[in-house]
Design a protein around this ligand. Structure first.
Ligand SMILES: Nc1ncnc2c1ncn2[C@@H]1O[C@H](COP(=O)(O)OP(=O)(O)OP(=O)(O)O)[C@@H](O)[C@H]1O
Length: 241
C-alpha cells in the first residue's frame, strides 16, 4: 500500500466507519463480491483497514453466481493470496428474473440479497458489506427526487431484526473515480465473461450522466449532496399538520 492511500481513500473509509459505527471488534463480515470493481475495491480496502487499525475483525468473500456465464477465478485467486475465505453460490437468478412480471433489476437485487444473507448466517457472520460508494449515494438521491419526488438515499448501515444481520456500506465517502484509479494502480482482479443484460439500460445510467454533467459545473457536487444529507435543516422542510 502507498502511504498517500490514507489521504486518497482510507481516511474516508475510517470516517464512515467512525461516524456510523460500522465495524466493531469481533465482527465477522461477509463482503458481497459481484466480480466488478467496486466490491473488489471494498475487499481490498477492508483488508488494509484490518491490518492498519486497532479494529480486530474477520473478512469473508461471497459471490452469488447468477448463471450468466461469469468467471470469478481471478477473484478466488486474489482471496487465496490474502487468506480470505471465498464462497461461491450457484443460482438460476439470471433466468428467473426474466420470467417474471416484476422489474428484473428489482427482483435480481432482492434475490441476491436473500442468497447473501443465507450464506452470512451459514458462516456465522454478523455483518454483510456492499460496495455502494459516494457516486451511488448521489445517484440514488437524484433518482428518488426526480422519479419519486422524495428526499433521501440508502443508509450507511441497516439492521435486519428478523435475520439479526447488519448491512454496512463502508465506501459511502469514496467516489467512483477514486475506486477506478486504485483498481487500475493495484491491478485488482475483475471477473471475466458476459455483462448483465440490463447494463447501461437503466434509469441509474441516466443519473450517472446527470451527475457527470453536474460535476463539470460544480466539481464538489457529490460532497455537497453528502453535506446536505447529513446537515438537515428541519426548519426549512415543510411538516404538514
Ligand atoms: N452477484 C453478486 N454476488 C455477491 N455480491 C454482489 C453481487 N452483485 C452485487 N453484489 C454486492 O452488491 C453491491 C451493489 O451491487 P450493484 O449491482 O449495484 O454493483 P455495482 O455498483 O456495479 O458494484 P460492482 O462494481 O462491485 O459490481 C456490490 O458492490 C456488491 O457488494
Amino acid at each position: 500500500m502507498k502511504k498517500w492511500y490514507n489521504k486518497l481513500f482510507l481516511n474516508n473509509i475510517r470516517k464512515a466507519v467512525d461516524n456510523f459505527s460500522l465495524i466493531q471488534n469481533g465482527d465477522k463480515i461477509l463482503v458481497g463480491l459481484s466480480g466488478g470493481k467496486d466490491s473488489i475495491f471494498l475487499l481490498y480496502s477492508l483488508n488494509l483497514l484490518k491490518n492498519r487499525s486497532y479494529l480486530d475483525f474477520d473478512i469473508l468473500g461471497a459471490h452469488i453466481d447468477l448463471n450468466l456465464g461469469v468467471n470469478v477465478t481471478p477473484i478466488k485467486d486474489f482471496c487465496n493470496e490474502l487468506n480470505i475465505p471465498f464462497i461461491v453460490e450457484k443460482t438460476d437468478i439470471g433466468q428467473r428474473i426474466f420470467n417474471s412480471d416484476k422489474s428484473p433489476c428489482y427482483l435480481c437485487s432482492k434475490l441476491k440479497r436473500g442468497a447473501i444473507s443465507r450464506i452470512a448466517k451459514k458462516y456465522n457472520c454478523n455483518k454483510i458489506a456492499f460496495g455502494h460508494h459516494l457516486t451511488d449515494v448521489v445517484e440514488t438521491f437524484l433518482l428518488n427526487l426526480i422519479y419519486t419526488g422524495k428526499i433521501g438515499t440508502f443508509k450507511p448501515n441497516t439492521y435486519n431484526t428478523k435475520k439479526d444481520l447488519t448491512l454496512i456500506r463502508p465506501l459511502i465517502y469514496v467516489n467512483e473515480e477514486t475506486i477506478e484509479k486504485v483498481v487500475k494502480m493495484e491491478s485488482l482482479p475483475l471477473a471475466k465473461g458476459s455483462k448483465c443484460p440490463m447494463d447501461k439500460q437503466t434509469k441509474r445510467e441516466e443519473m450517472k450522466t446527470l451527475v457527470k454533467n453536474l460535476k463539470n459545473l460544480y466539481p464538489d457536487f457529490e460532497e455537497k449532496v453528502i453535506s446536505g444529507i447529513q446537515n438537515i435543516d428541519l426548519d426549512k422542510l415543510w411538516i404538514k399538520r
